[in-house]
Design a protein around this ligand. Structure first.
Ligand code: SF4
Length: 697
């Protein structure tokens, strides 16, 4: 019997697992793993398994609304177009902005990017991917010449040593972690090192857990570079042929951490033997892969930390080789696809920056009316500009910034200063929708039709298996409708998502003949049927490059083909009036601000209330018992949570999950307390490291 199931991709994390849905238009489907999908080979985590639980129409936004009244799409898009037209005439292009999301499909991102950067003349197109990936993006560009992660998930299996830096892979990317556990069970010589201040679920499975001082990851990798250089651990032939700036990077590392290993260990909050055990393991294991995540990215030196980590891999020639690699694990299902089209304010499109030649080439391809000529505002700066009244029209798609950006009180205030807030969303009630004058109903997972790219550059299809409810419409379609009302009919006259994707692939051919690897020229003319039948493929798709890993031949995406070791001295923040370090992160069974997973009874069983983890000694000194209600406060604001005493939590440090929003936690969650401090290069907020105080409520 032929398989009539619909093959699509999980809506959650950047592993991008393939799922299989029995053919049905019933909203009570049983989700199964797709055994043929190379990201997961049929495995799913608990969130993926329960995707069917979030399909009911309860709480859905089903019709457009303008100023609190139901409206037709015709009148809602006309209202938006008229507002954009008058705003640009009076205040110029930079008074308009998009704030997008790694939940969007590549086709949605492409449409938004093209409208803003090619037709409205502003690069104010930023995304919640700024909050999770932008430091890694900048680190990739500085080291490799391009935001091109060299990884293949097979490296997770093949590495003799897997190092997880600032990643609780077991909870945030469970299918990858389980894959590693299986590889270790099959070969007992394989080792796992976890660098994390907390004894996380991943750390509990590690051969060596380095409970590092919060923020000291950069110092640890600088100390490792010093150790490798002093102990004959560098690959001098590889460095000679393929790497720039080894000497400068080493000198900076020595300036940063010195050469005394006892002092280095103290800087990192580790015992010297433990630190040296890690260094020896790293030095002696050729097949080492290091994966990093939010623990490095969401800090005030996230870019430098990413480069400190990449430096030790370049110094040992361990990039782009089977089992010997370094990569940042993408948080969201399509953060990567968004980066590919240019969905960050500092990128133009297809990995091009705002240089004269790129502006010309992209503008020619789009037959642009008005090209943006400089980078736009990054997320935190964008909302600051809203607060200052500089942004008059803000179109937010598929994200809930009031709950997810730091300093939530400032974000609430900022949205009040925008004349017209447009929110495209699936759900009818979010913290952010409270501030919207115009609400647009979007398609949900199971209804959407397009593509996503996962952590190892695998482009997969999200396919619909449900009929769109009410008046819900594809996000790319909503953007195209507004663009056509603005008079850009020819440029936005796509009939379906296939035509949008094909145009994106065609634009990428401008990278042919450049050092850049992002190129989809082999699929630039794919037919509708080819798009429908698309099997997961890694980019580059240029018809000649082996896409399984990048840079394994030692040729990088720079003018001279060499990688760059970046001299770095990452900083760690200093406590002010509030002395407890608040670390934030994901739980195993929740996603983002719980707009979807909060509806699934099974997922809520894992942790059903907002809890703050703290060490029993700190609890005792504050007169707090397990389960007490706490008031956590900082310069920015406060939130309430139940105390959860955890011996595995270091004294002086708290941990709180990022997920709880106003609907689940009254006046909001951790975002109320987080400072808006950002990495100076990437603009990524330091959500892993704020200072707070707490008391019994
Ligand atoms: Fe979905 Fe990520 Fe779980 Fe895979 S690991 S099923 S992509 S949430």
């Amino acid at each position: 019997m032929s398989d009539t199931s619909v093959k699509t991709t999980c809506a959650y994390c950047g592993v991008g697992c393939g799922v299989s849905i029995p053919h049905s238009n019933d909203r009570t489907v049983q989700v199964r793993g797709d055994a043929s999908h190379p990201a997961n080979f049929g495995k799913l985590c608990v969130k993926g398994t329960h995707l069917g639980d979030v399909l009911p129409l309860r709480k859905r936004l089903l019709v457009p609304e303008v100023n609190g009244e139901p409206a037709s799409w015709e009148s809602a898009t006309e209202t938006i177009a008229e507002k954009i037209r008058s705003t640009l005439a009076e205040h110029g292009p930079d008074a308009f902005a998009f704030y997008l999301s790694g939940q969007l499909l590549t086709e949605d991102y492409y449409a938004a990017n093209k409208l803003a950067k090619g037709f409205l003349g502003t690069a104010n197109v930023d995304t919640n991917s700024r909050l999770c990936m932008s430091s890694a993006v900048a680190a990739h560009v500085r080291a490799f010449g391009e935001d091109a992660p060299p990884i293949n998930f097979e490296d997770i299996d093949q590495a003799e040593l897997l190092v997880l830096a600032g990643s609780n892979l077991a909870w945030a990317h469970p299918v990858l972690f389980q894959r590693r556990m299986r590889a270790q069970q099959a070969d007992g010589r394989k080792k796992l090192v976890v660098i994390d201040p907390r004894k996380s679920a991943s750390a509990k499975e590690a051969h060596l857990h380095l409970a590092i001082k919060p923020g000291a990851d950069g110092q640890l990798f600088n100390a490792l570079l010093v150790y490798l250089a002093a102990n004959d651990g560098c690959d001098t032939a590889y460095i000679e042929q393929h790497v720039e700036n080894f000497a400068d990077a080493l000198a900076a590392a020595k300036e940063d951490v010195g050469t005394d290993t006892a002092k280095q260990a103290e800087l990192c909050g580790l015992s010297e033997p433990q630190m040296l055990e890690f260094f020896a393991l790293f030095a002696n294991t050729a097949k080492t892969t290091t994966a990093w995540s939010m623990g490095l990215n969401q800090t005030e030196s996230g870019v430098d930390k990413g480069n400190a980590l990449i430096n030790v891999h370049l110094a040992t020639g361990r990039i782009g080789k089977p089992g010997a690699n370094a990569f940042s694990i993408t948080g969201q299902p399509n953060a990567m696809g968004g980066r590919e089209v240019g969905g960050l304010a500092n990128q133009l499109a297809v990995h091009r920056a705002f240089d004269e030649q790129s502006i010309q080439q992209v503008g020619d391809f789009w037959q642009a009316e008005k090209m943006a000529t400089k980078p736009g505002l990054k997320a935190v700066d964008l909302f600051d500009a809203c607060l200052e009244g500089k942004i008059k029209v803000l179109w937010i798609m598929a994200t809930n910034p009031v709950a997810s950006l730091p300093n939530a009180n400032k974000i609430r205030e900022a949205l009040k200063h925008v004349e017209t807030v447009i929110v495209s969303d699936v759900i009818g009630e979010t913290d952010t929708l409270n501030y919207a004058q115009i609400k647009l109903p979007a398609l949900a997972w199971g209804e959407k039709d397009g593509t996503v790219t996962n952590t190892d550059r695998l482009i997969s299809r999200q396919r619909p298996f449900l009929i769109a409810p009410g008046q819900a419409r594809a996000d790319w379609q909503a953007i195209a409708d507004v663009a056509k009302k603005l008079g850009f009919t020819q440029a936005f006259n796509w009939q379906n998502s296939h035509e949008v994707f094909r145009e994106h692939a065609q634009l990428s051919t401008i990278n042919s003949g450049t050092p850049l690897t992002f190129n989809l020229s082999a699929v630039a003319n794919l037919s509708f049927d080819d798009y429908q039948n698309w099997q997961p493929k890694q980019w580059p798709l240029d018809g000649k490059t082996d896409a399984s890993r990048l840079f394994g031949n030692g040729v990088f995406a720079t003018e001279n083909g060499k990688a760059n070791m970046v001299p770095v001295k990452p900083v760690t923040p200093v406590a002010g009036n509030h002395r407890f370090v608040l670390n934030t992160g994901r739980l195993r069974d929740q996603w983002h601000t719980m707009a979807r997973t909060g509806m699934a009874a099974t997922l809520n069983k894992h942790t059903n209330q907002l809890e703050v983890h703290l060490n029993p000694k700190d609890a005792r000194s504050h007169g707090i018992s397990n389960g007490d209600l706490l008031n956590i406060y900082s310069e920015q604001g406060e939130f309430y949570a139940l105390a959860r005493l955890e011996a595995a939590q270091n004294p002086g440090e708290l941990f709180a999950p990022m997920h709880w929003n106003e609907h689940f936690a009254g006046k909001g969650g951790v975002g109320n307390c987080l400072a808006s401090t950002v990495d100076p290069i990437s603009g990524q907020p330091a959500s892993k490291h704020s200072f707070v105080s707490f008391k019994k409520a």
